[in-house]
Write a protein that binds this ligand. Structure first.
Ligand code: GLY
Ligand code: MN
Ligand code: MN
Length: 393
């Protein structure tokens, strides 16, 4: 099955409770849906969890109550959970629950709770938002504490279940890619080709596409995140094909660049440079290095080919329940008050990310080659495996 077992969720909760303790809060509210899925296996379009030392209260509305009961009765149910049905609105139900639980310090996901919602919650509970909002009137006993990256921090290193899903996703996406590479031929429009790719992704058994499929042909391939449009693929085009699927809730992501018709010397030169940059980054990727070192390996290779200016995005990004998550595999960052620069982007076993350098030349076209890797104790394991030659169709 594609969901984590109850025992796996229990391990995640144990780690979460440690992080909550470190953040010095008594209860923690999870409003970011990918985090909610990670903690509960619940994947509705709305829901809130309140995690305390002993319990996880899962607030869901009528649309999901029977699905959640079924989930709870299975081996994939959320441990120590109490299901709370929404009465009127989510936030009123949350407030009512918090009045009952009476946490002194309540953690919320600062990055995912709007100011409006937080203020409304504070008003309803007669609370203060730490460092943000202090009403003149005397507040009650509750302090709302914006916390950052608590669940995201746990998601950084994948557990065995997640690795299994990402491995299966990578294999499946690689099989899809073999067919996709054949579909990129003269006469088809970008949109038609994108629709075909989406069909292949879903037919292969993915739950959905992990982002909007990119088909960028000819001059459009110089735009890293072009939308597939009405342009017809023709002779002499480079075509960037970037697509991915979600398997068991986990996102995989792959890019190949193909040529339609003739391949000229400049196409080979740029393609060869990007391929070399990707190889250099793959070789540099292992536990103990910094993400910035992996990025530098790709960037320096492209610079040697006079393509430094043509590579304007990061070398890669983490994959998991979100298509773009930590770690960011980009140029080294300065230290912040909270974290040293080295801590900020330390690569460790269990991390999964993309390696996707590219070169984009306005008016001419572009090349990107993207694969997904898992950092192991020894080095890395490639999760995607598809030929990387610039073949002409
Ligand atoms: N398609 C989005 C990415 O590769 O990051
Ligand atoms: Mn990507
Ligand atoms: Mn991609």
């Amino acid at each position: 099955l594609r969901l984590a077992l109850r025992e796996t969720l229990a391990v995640r909760h144990g780690k979460l409770r440690q992080s909550i303790g470190k953040a010095n809060v008594d209860a923690f509210v999870v409003t970011h849906l990918p985090n909610l899925f990670y903690l509960t296996n619940f994947s509705g379009t709305a829901g809130i969890a309140v995690v305390t030392g002993q319990r996880l209260y899962l607030i869901v509305d009528f649309r999901y109550t029977s699905a959640v009961s079924e989930l709870q009765a299975s081996a994939h149910g959320c441990p120590d959970a109490e299901i709370v049905s929404v009465d009127r609105t989510y936030d009123e139900t949350l407030a009512a629950l918090l009045r009952k639980l009476k946490p002194g310090r309540l953690g919320v996901e600062g990055a995912h709770l709007s100011i409006g919602r937080a203020q409304q919650l504070a008003k309803t509970l007669n609370a203060i938002i730490e460092n943000v909002y202090a009403p003149i009137a005397a507040a009650g006993d509750l302090m709302i504490v914006p916390c950052d990256g608590i669940v995201e921090g746990l998601r950084l290193k994948k557990d065995d279940h997640e690795i299994e899903m990402l491995r299966r996703g990578g294999l499946l996406l690689s099989a899809v890619a073999l067919d996709v590479l054949q579909d990129a031929r003269a006469g088809i429009t970008e949109q038609e080709l994108a629709a075909k790719i989406d069909w292949r992704i879903k037919s292969a058994g993915f739950e959905r596409c992990s982002f909007e499929t990119i088909v960028a042909s000819g001059p459009n391939s110089a735009l890293p995140h072009a939308h597939a449009g009405e342009r017809v693929l023709g002779d002499g085009d480079l075509v960037v094909l970037d697509f991915g699927g979600v398997y068991g809730g986990y996102c995989v992501d792959l890019t190949r660049t193909v040529a339609v018709g003739k391949v000229d010397a400049e196409m080979r030169r740029v393609y060869g440079a990007v391929l070399e940059a990707q190889q250099a980054a793959i070789v540099a990727a292992k536990g103990g290095v910094r993400a910035g070192d992996i990025d530098a390996a790709a960037r320096q290779t492209l610079a040697r080919h006079n393509l430094a200016e043509a590579f304007g995005h990061s070398t890669g990004h983490g994959l998991g329940v979100e298509i773009h998550e930590a770690p960011r595999v980009g140029p080294k960052r300065e230290a912040t008050a909270e974290r040293s620069a080295a801590e900020d982007d330390l690569i460790e076993p269990g991390m999964v990310f993309t390696i996707e350098p590219g070169a984009y030349i306005p008016g001419w076209g572009g090349v990107r080659i993207e694969d997904d890797v898992l950092v192991t104790g020894e080095g890395i394991e490639l999760l995607t495996n598809v030929p990387r030659e610039l073949n002409a169709n």
